[in-house]
Design a protein around this ligand. Sequence first.
Ligand code: FAD
Ligand code: YCP
Length: 392
Amino acid sequence: MAAPSQPQKSTYDVIVIGAGIQGSFTACHLAQRHKDTLLLEQFHLPHSRGSSHGHSRIIRSAYPQEYYSRMMPECFRLWQQLEAETGTTLYRQTGLVLLGPPGEPELEACRRSLGVDEVLDAAALAQRFPGFRLPAGQVAVLDSTAGVLFADRALRAVQEVFHRHGGTLRDGEKVLRIEPGATVTVTTTAGVYKTPRLIITAGAWTGAFVEQLGLHLPLQPLRIDVCYWREKQPGSARLGSVSPCFLTLGLSQAPHGIYGLPSIEYPGLMKVCHHHGSPIDPEKRDQIPSSAPGPDVAVLSSFISSYLPGLETQPAVREACLYTNTPDEDFILDRHPKFSNIVIGAGFSGHGFKLAPVVGKLLCQLSLGEEPSYNMAHFAITRFPGVLGAAQ
Ligand SMILES: Cc1cc2nc3c(=O)[nH]c(=O)nc-3n(C[C@H](O)[C@H](O)[C@H](O)COP(=O)(O)OP(=O)(O)OC[C@H]3O[C@@H](n4cnc5c(N)ncnc54)[C@H](O)[C@@H]3O)c2cc1C
Ligand SMILES: O=C(O)[C@@H]1CCCCN1
């Protein structure tokens, strides 16, 4: 006779919806604070349908906005702590070069955030990083603290620490409905849960998801072409897996920016992408034919022929990832304007991975009714007009 099955636990101190990097760090902070926490994920883990998959993400101290650069020392510390707790390497220091016209305001702001005076010209850059060519009228600023975070490994590590602190992660369980109130009811494909505190970190699904809570957030999911480019002569251009990271600012042919990272995942290839993509519904991500070279690939090919001549000008590998952009590309980290026990973390606009340890801490603090450790003005929901629609 089969043993009688345990009734599933249905009440938690906090429920977090979405086990990407933001929800996982948030849940981990809560569990470390001894909160009985449930983390719900619609897909079976690991998955590559959202924003947190893949081998690599840039981490850097340089930021044009000081409200992000101020968070970076703590981010570096918390990433290191996660490495120590899990005995894994999650970060490789490679340096990052910011490329742009001299005096470009964002480049200058980055230079100030780093506290460096030095600006590299074409000859100095080529001496230091022989694979790079700087066209006339461009300079480079070096962020030597920057490097690559091993993204997939980092996501696993933070979920492992969450588990170790007693957290419950249920994957393959999609949240269908939320009923707000002093006690929030969360209905999933597998059960019904009750909690006094809910946190929504549902990535590209957040905009459509929070409509049921009367909230109209200006969130635009974008499909990003993640492109990898082969070295023409393996090893000769010192690009591929040994390159520094780079990021362009104020480039007229690509105003959103182009960035690159050494590729650990595909030896001999370098990851070079456009910081922009095509608007999509995350449920229909693959309905854009991935075989056709899109406009982003044309922009990248032309950039590569002038700046990285050691690479072939057609991508060897193309993958897909999602951004969720806000109009100002600042995050949303706030309580629901009407239901203060529901907290939302969204709109990471293609730059949220490195900041996830601090984002998770801030969402945890908001949820527990504590004073957040950083100024939250830039992350407020109410910076957007009309979020509560006619009922406002
Ligand atoms: C190509 C690319 C390059 C990037 N480069 C960098 C970089 O170099 N540096 C950097 O700092 N950042 C970078 N980013 C940004 C960073 O990766 C994202 O900001 C971050 O991963 C966002 O995490 P998230 O947890 O909000 O979203 P996600 O990882 O998408 O997590 C949200 C989760 O919620 C789940 N979910 C949604 N709805 C439900 C539901 N109803 N029920 C249950 N679960 C649900 C989803 O399945 C998903 O797993 C990049 C992003 C991309 C796409
Ligand atoms: O967050 C970052 O550092 C990078 C910059 C370039 C675009 C992708 N994200």
